[in-house]
Write a protein that binds this ligand. Sequence first.
Ligand code: GCU
Length: 674
Amino acid sequence: MKTILSFVILFFLALGLNADNGHQLWLRSKSSVPVQVICKKSSETLAIAKQELQQAWQGEAGQTVRLELIRDKQIAGDGFRLSAEGIQATTESGILYGVYELLRRQQTGKKIGEELVNPTWEHRLLNHWDNLDGTVERGYAGLSIFWRAGNDSLAVTEEDLKLWEEYARANASIGINGSVLNNVNASPKILSAAYLSRVKAIADVLRPYGIKAYLSINFASSMVIGGLSTADPLNAEVVDWWKAKAKEIYTLIPDFGGFLVKANSEGQPGPQDFGRNHVDGANLLADALKPHGGLVMWRAFVYNPSDEDRAKQAYNEFMPFDGQFRDNVIIQVKNGPIDFQPREPFSPLFGAMKQTSVMAELQVTQEYLGHSVHLVFLAPMWEEFLHSETWQEGEGSTVARTTDGSLFEQKHTAIAGVANIGLDDNWCGHDFAQANWYAFGRQAWDSSLSSEQIADEWLKLTFNQPAPEEMDAETVLPMEWDLNFLKPVKQMMLNSHEAAVDYMMPLGLHHIFAAHHHYGPGPWWAPKGMRKDWTPPYYHQADTEGIGFDRTASGSDAVSQYHEPLKAHFSNPETCPEALLLWFHHLPWDYQMKNGRTLWDELCYRYDHGVQQVRQFQKIWDQAERYVDPEIFGRVQHKLREQSLNAVEWKDACLLYFQQFSQRAIPYDLERPL
Ligand code: GCU
């Protein structure tokens, strides 16, 4: 009997732990005191807002909170006015965002004064690279939350609805208001009636949370599923096909967001296949969506195997079209000119296209940053990018400002992040990858937030310090928690991106990954017959003279795509930021760095520093054990071990490979390659 009882207890304990195993993300807070919510109107969204307050209230017991829909010209889009008494907004989503902000402030111990809070961008989207067979391109957290393989793949189950609702809630809590539900390498099937009915089911769940559904489309859809003989954007039948398709979609989903398009890029069909250009293609779709209020997000991720530096191609291809796109087209540009590398300068298209709406595409999934194995907090990388000075309209023309409508007239403003979400229990594969989902939403809402604040919030919300009334002698005191957990773990997060850059590709090195997986090192990787621009030697250019890609006037001249004084700064190795040195310059191994070391020595020290940093992270995490759910603790500890071994592998592989060219010793005070 006793054994049965203990089994039962163990079972429930396990259930309890399970509830805390990472599935709840940053939404763990439970209220123990009542709150009075007054709201004159009623709707599904407002009901959610009310429920959230009641579930997670941490303020005074019995306090009254008013939720009011008002007219107020100072409130932009889904912004709100926040005060201790309640929230005022002009939209229901504004009320919902205000509620989440109020709760976040309570839970993280921030003051709640009178404040007007407006979002930086109007549209804040996740792009899911989810395939219709349920796999996820560059996804490291299991299968798709939207699509399934097999015969019943389109049946909508109770579990689906529950999962999509949890997903919607998490997004709403950080201000995300759009989801592209399928991969940019889009199957034409997504626009067939059968798939659209599942899209409708998803959109219906997302709607009350203020989230619109969008789809990636395949430019040849009119041929593949429409039975036409062409997808020429200027062909009348093609035009009609897209108009009819848009109408069909909006009949099902009246608030459908629009299309995301990867065209004439990496083998995807596009207008150029029919002798037309990006403007013809984007405007075709824009005209079809316009009567319904939809948007086209047309990607600028284009490059071809040619003698022209890949980093220059998107700019050269898109700049001539500036000013020719319809006002419901936004050109979606990856943060850097190549492809989500551990570090890149910003794409020169930001700020250069002055008569076209431009939006940034960030990558939340860690394709080039250790997948869901490495702990890499991406907020510092995005902060660096968003605050990069483009100089396009003089000082203060940061990348964020070139896209948020404050420098250029843009009918619509937006930002997108490629999602890191899958069916894994903890949503993101790595428990700390949840912080990247969180950070993307927070920075998309407010580009001025610091990485430090975001990490601080996320840690407090996720690893919930115990509320004072729950404390007994056994539990942890808040000050102790701050000192022993919050402070060191936050620092670890804030250092983690730079550490990864150091052990993978420091000083502006880029794309030196092995093969197609984009995970481990492979600076030597150049199989016979492979496209040159898909092999690392194309990017690092190491030879006995030196290393790095000359993008100055003596090389590819990519620097000329940047506005002065940046062009001059990047052109001169003395003024080029050292973090981007080998992105812009091919320099001799003995080139003298600012700290007096030679370039070769500095490279060695950087790689070594990256390794040392990860070892430090392991120590920090081990000391955090007492404050973390054991399951999460074990998972993160295990992954840090793997990251640490990987970091050594990166360092050894790269240094031993480059040493063949440098023909210099690795400084003797550094750890020898294994
Ligand atoms: C990268 C990535 C691809 C993806 C592409 C894109 O090249 O490796 O998987 O399809 O970017 O953004 O379109």
